[in-house]
Design a protein around this ligand. Sequence first.
Ligand SMILES: Cc1cc2nc3c(=O)[nH]c(=O)nc-3n(C[C@H](O)[C@H](O)[C@H](O)COP(=O)(O)O)c2cc1C
Length: 152
Amino acid sequence: MPGNLLIGFGTETGNSELLAMDAQRIAAERGIESDCACMDEIDVNRIKLQDYVLIICSTWGDGEQPDNAQDLYDSMQEVGETDLNGSHFAVLALGDTAFDLFCEAGIQWDQLLEQKGSTRLHERLDCDTDYEDDAEEWLNVVLDKIALMANE
Ligand SMILES: Cc1cc2nc3c(=O)[nH]c(=O)nc-3n(C[C@H](O)[C@H](O)[C@H](O)COP(=O)(O)O)c2cc1C
């Protein structure tokens, strides 16, 4: 497949990681090869090389990034405003509406990737605690889009 897909997750208790693994399986079903990695294993230069980036990230504390997403998020803020030109992204945010800053970390990723020049290929999904079905449906739609674009 032309293009490459990176699925990056940020998590504290594993929900985002499980969804990232689902995403990789759904991608494979569409013939899309991907890498799936925790954000603390991803270098900012890697993001710059990707054609497609899928971010799956929960929110912790009081609207904060998970510990394993914070460094990459901070590094990404330092890259140039056109450094991600030509790439595409989508964000799946996990959270809980019981908190004031619902899905704030995912919202921050969504804004940051756009600000750095990447193109949003699908609207962000903000998930409450009962998220499995919505997340699965969203992943299917997003990966259908990537499969179509990558084969153009
Ligand atoms: C201590 C704590 C703080 C949290 N803070 C927020 C928050 O500020 N905003 C939000 O939307 N969700 C918040 N959540 C909910 C988590 O984001 C949610 O449970 C998510 O599914 C966890 O995914 P993970 O296992 O990938 O980390 C919090 C949960 C806990 C236990």
